[in-house]
Design a protein around this ligand. Structure first.
Ligand code: ATP
Ligand code: MG
Length: 475
């Protein structure tokens, strides 16, 4: 790992360097700070660029043509609309801030500004995030000589791969409880350990996370999931007692033994399934579904004397409900919640290609939706790898995939039928109501069994027949 000496050359994109240079030309102090300095020192690509300065919000706004207020802490977003790089479109400039008192474990009671960089570094969360980088004139295209201000020896912790609070961890976590989850997230993303005193404080103060807004917890959770090592991150969260503030339901999988097809308990199986999704660089939806696919298992586990093994009947149905509950509690977008709940609901699909019919594949397609069918297949791959003893052969899954491709364009939803609601209304001479939907769904059932029946004259004939049935009979 390349950790810089006190003077070194840094590659800073023009947009970020300009913000610093402009502030300095106007007589202010300005430093790159936080994640960007840390990532530069680690040789990683910064996710965003933050600047800290002794200029006050009004002064920052006066200097730059296009700005907006980011938050209640005096942060001003400097906008570079034309930047081709998304991470440079808004550069956050924050005035030096003083540490304030916190009475609700999450937000300072008041924000006050300072003229001293040292005050600002002192209020930052971790030593590796409290290194300020001062840049001189440009030496070569985008390369600058830099000087580091590092009073908390963040560079030592970068070398030792350690996340350690600035100052006393007990105090810092009781000021803002989210920092505990940030510690885990940052350690997970960087592949770092958490310093032992910092860890002890997390174990002691974890319950304060109950005061933190679900959205903020969700954002850190998502970053853990989207990292390269979500399995390590979530196991660390569990070990330090924070998992229950993400989703207490997950903890019930710890020590929940499974049937003989599995090498691991429900928790470890879920983690290994998730890790496979990360190894494949699959998107968040698959990662979440992999983590939650067996969330219904602890509640549905029964011992079978006959099988001499555990059974989990209905865990897919229970799991779909639990997954939706967890994700809406964490304020995930409704669409994400619905997708994952659906994937959990149908993850047990029967896939024995020796026995299965094309209409069964069409029924699955109708249930999960053509837009999610490949997600479901990927979830199945994660599930299979996560058992530790994959039983299902990759050959069988490939065969199943080709069956999906075969039926992919067959009619599997009401909207794909050759008659629509208006047709049904006029053919049955009835008025709009639930009956129309029942008729359409009955037709869909027939067409899924035999796609050749999706033909106008046949469907019209069936509509007339079905129209004569009573509501109860149709249902
Ligand atoms: P990344 O950009 O990869 O998300 P980051 O460390 O830059 O990582 P940000 O959320 O962008 O994270 O925060 C920028 C900086 O602000 C941090 O590096 C840290 O110095 C400070 N910071 C952020 N959140 C807190 C907090 N809750 N308490 C104290 N300081 C914080
Ligand atoms: Mg940042």
């Amino acid at each position: 790992m390349g950790v810089a000496k006190n003077k070194e050359r840094f590659r800073i994109p023009g947009e970020a360097a300009n913000v610093v240079k402009t502030l300095k030309n106007k007589g202010f102090q300005a430093y790159l700070i936080g994640g960007c300095t840390r990532d530069l020192l680690l040789g990683r690509t910064p996710k965003d660029w933050d600047v800290t300065t002794d200029a006050r919000p009004e002064e920052i706004i006066k200097i730059f043509p296009n700005t907006f207020y980011e938050n209640a802490y005096g942060t001003v977003g400097v906008v570079n609309e034309e930047s081709p790089d998304e991470s440079l479109r808004v550069i956050e400039v924050t005035p030096y801030r003083l540490e304030a008192t916190y009475s609700d474990y999450r937000r300072p009671d008041s924000v006050s500004f300072s003229d001293k960089l040292e005050d600002d570094l002192k209020r930052r969360d971790f030593t590796i995030n409290a290194i300020a980088l001062d840049i001189g004139g440009e030496e070569d295209r985008e390369f600058y000589e830099g000087r580091l201000v590092d009073p908390y020896k963040g560079q030592n912790d970068l070398r030792g791969a350690l996340v350690r609070t600035v100052g006393n961890p007990h105090e810092r976590f009781s000021e803002d409880a989210l920092r505990m989850l940030r510690a885990i997230r940052i350690a997970t993303e960087l592949g770092f350990m958490i310093d032992s005193d910092t860890e002890k404080a997390i174990e002691k103060y974890g319950n304060l996370l109950g005061n933190i807004a679900k959205e903020r917890i969700r954002d850190e959770f998502v970053r853990i999931l989207n990292s390269d090592r979500p399995m390590i991150g979530l196991e660390l969260a569990r070990r330090l007692g924070l998992l229950k503030y993400i989703a207490a339901e997950l903890e019930q999988g710890v020590g929940t033994a499974q049937n003989q097809a599995h090498a691991y308990d429900v928790w470890e199986h879920s983690l290994r399934s998730l890790q496979h999704a990360a190894d494949k660089k699959w998107p968040l939806e698959i990662r979440l579904a992999a983590l939650l696919h067996d969330i219904g298992k602890p509640a549905s586990r029964r011992w079978s004397d006959e099988k001499k093994d555990w059974t989990f009947y209905g865990h897919d149905v229970i799991g779909a409900k639990l997954a939706a509950k967890i994700l809406s509690r964490l304020a995930f977008p409704k669409k994400t919640t619905e997708t994952i709940s659906k994937l959990v609901r149908w993850h047990m699909f029967f896939s024995d290609t020796e026995v299965i019919t094309l209409s069964a594949v069409r029924r699955l397609l109708a249930n999960v939706g053509t837009e999610h069918i490949w997600d479901l297949m990927n979830l199945r791959i994660c599930d299979r790898i996560g058992t530790g003893r994959p039983k299902e052969s990759p050959y069988r899954l490939r065969k199943y995939q080709s069956m999906i491709e075969e039926v992919m364009h067959d009619p599997v939803s009401v909207s794909m039928l050759r008659v629509n609601g208006a047709d049904v209304i006029s053919l049955t001479e009835s008025s709009p109501g639930p009956k129309i939907g029942h008729i359409l769904h009955t037709l869909l059932g027939e067409v899924i069994e035999d796609p050749k029946k999706n033909e106008r004259s046949y469907l019209e004939k069936r509509v007339r027949e079905l129209g004569k049935l009573s509501d109860q009979e149709l249902e």
